[in-house]
Design a protein around this ligand. Structure first.
Ligand SMILES: *Cc1c(COP(=O)(O)O)cnc(C)c1O
Length: 443
């Protein structure tokens, strides 16, 4: 099986990208985002699900990635070792990886913070960095990852790069001086590593985004002939935020895993299309949401996807009223959700429209030009069939956090991001019908 990649905006007829091209290029040359040319449809036979049910987390990650990376690019043994290295038992919480806690009678919380940096970013970052490391080695080409962070992405990335210990793979991280938590600043700056450089800058959280994007573009990442596979020589700069297709791909595993564990918990027969599991996600750049949606598109019985966002609520405005209109970022207590334009919405639109590239291209070009895109009634209705959302203020988040603590069996203390999801679930009334979940959190 050959798995190739293309742009959400269609690109040109000659475009045909390998996984390696897509992983290294970040954005497609036409400005779109990479997606697999086809999504495998999960074998509905119970077999697939019973196989999956018995797998360890690294085995499941391997099985999922195997469907998206051709064996001619990475053979079985190497892909297995990448997955094992990414999710080592001693760095993740014993064997359960994602404990699911019952908080009250109808709320289950999937905890995604049991990795080495206590943040769910570990799950997506580690395999992506090990995949990059594999190709750097294969091509004998030095790569520097560029990241700007307000807290969660940076620590996960530097620890993953340090663990990869590949002299060809280094990382340069920037964080806004005085604007990240002390704990996360220490996670970044106290790591003694030959592979990691960290710098702070004066300014706001997203002030480094533009210089980084410029550097990435001028290093000629992007395009069929400039990916690591084709060009020789110089150092390549690479971005690893969730516009990179590697992130949603590996994060699909989370949702398959959570689905399987919930099906066991609720006594459902795994794979049964009549027993869908709804999920509530604290949503920022929609990377995780895209992972969940892709799993759903492949046939995993995931029901509705509910997005909890803070007052930086472009995601809510588009799901509620069809208005994908860019606004200025406001400070909140749930930093990781402070996103002005969730770039993965482009992938959501791509799958929502059944892969209608010209429609997506038109929409996104309007967005690029005017910072505004308005969906018509028809598409808004379609969007609302799969997604619902709520916008949560800091006060509402704090109330949800307190109420959960006071009303739960063992005084469950969630972090502000989880609390946004819990507040959204309450606001949307999903507890009544809900079979599930809100995911994650970190310290
Ligand atoms: C990054 C992050 C999110 C947002 O995830 P997206 O994939 O960007 O939507 C939510 N919660 C936490 C704790 C995060 O670190």
């Amino acid at each position: 099986m050959q798995q190739r990649y293309k742009s959400t905006r269609g690109g040109t007829a000659q475009d045909d990208y390998s996984f390696e091209d897509a992983l290294f290029s970040g954005y497609a040359p036409d400005g779109g985002l990479f997606v697999p040319v086809s999504l495998p449809s999960i074998n509905r036979e119970k077999d697939q699900y019973s196989l999956w049910s018995n797998m360890t987390f690294p085995e499941l990650a391997y099985d999922v990635l195997r469907k998206f990376i051709s064996p001619t690019e990475i053979d079985d043994a190497n892909l297995k070792s990448i997955c094992d290295k990414s999710f080592p038992l001693d760095a993740f919480d014993e064997e359960c990886y994602i404990p699911i806690k019952d908080v009250g009678s109808s709320l289950h919380i999937a905890e995604l913070f049991h990795g080495p940096t206590f943040c769910f970013k570990d799950f997506g970052m580690r395999p992506v960095i090990n995949l990059l490391s594999y190709f750097a080695e294969l091509r004998s080409r030095p790569i520097t990852l560029l990241v700007s962070t307000t807290g969660d992405t940076g620590p996960a990335a530097v620890h993953a790069v340090n663990d990869a210990s590949n002299p060809l793979l280094t990382i340069l991280v920037h964080y806004p001086h005085g604007q990240i938590s002390d704990f996360q600043r220490k996670q970044l700056t106290t790591l003694q590593s030959n592979y990691v450089k960290v710098a702070s800058f004066e300014g706001g959280g997203d002030d480094m985004d533009w210089p980084i994007k410029e550097t990435l573009l001028s290093s000629k990442s992007g395009g069929k002939d400039s990916g690591v596979g084709a060009a020789e020589g110089g150092r390549l700069f690479c971005g690893i935020n969730s516009y990179n297709i590697g992130r949603p791909l590996v994060q699909m595993t989370l949702f398959i895993w959570i689905y399987l564990r919930m099906a066991e918990k609720l006594g459902l027969s795994p794979g049964d299309e009549n027993s869908l599991i709804d999920m509530v996600l604290p949503t920022g750049a929609m990377g995780n949401l895209t992972g969940a949606y892709m799993a759903k598109q492949m046939g995993v019985p995931i029901g509705k996807l509910y997005c909890g966002v803070n007052i930086n609520d472009i995601t809510h405005r588009v799901i509620d009223r069809g208005e994908f209109h860019q606004q200025k970022i406001e400070k909140t207590l749930s930093e990781a959700l402070n996103v002005e334009v969730p770039y993965n919405f482009e992938r959501i639109l791509f799958y929502l429209t059944g892969g209608n590239e010209s429609l997506v291209k038109g929409w996104m070009e309007t967005m690029d030009k005017t910072q505004q895109l308005t969906l018509n009634e028809l598409w808004l209705k379609r969007l609302q069939q799969d997604f619902q959302s709520a916008s949560i203020t800091d006060d509402e988040m704090c109330n949800a956090l307190r109420e959960t603590y006071e009303s739960s069996f063992e005084h469950y203390l969630c972090d502000p991001h989880t609390a946004v999801a819990v507040a959204a679930a309450k606001k949307l009334g999903v507890f009544v019908s809900m079979k599930v979940v809100a995911e994650e959190g970190h310290i």
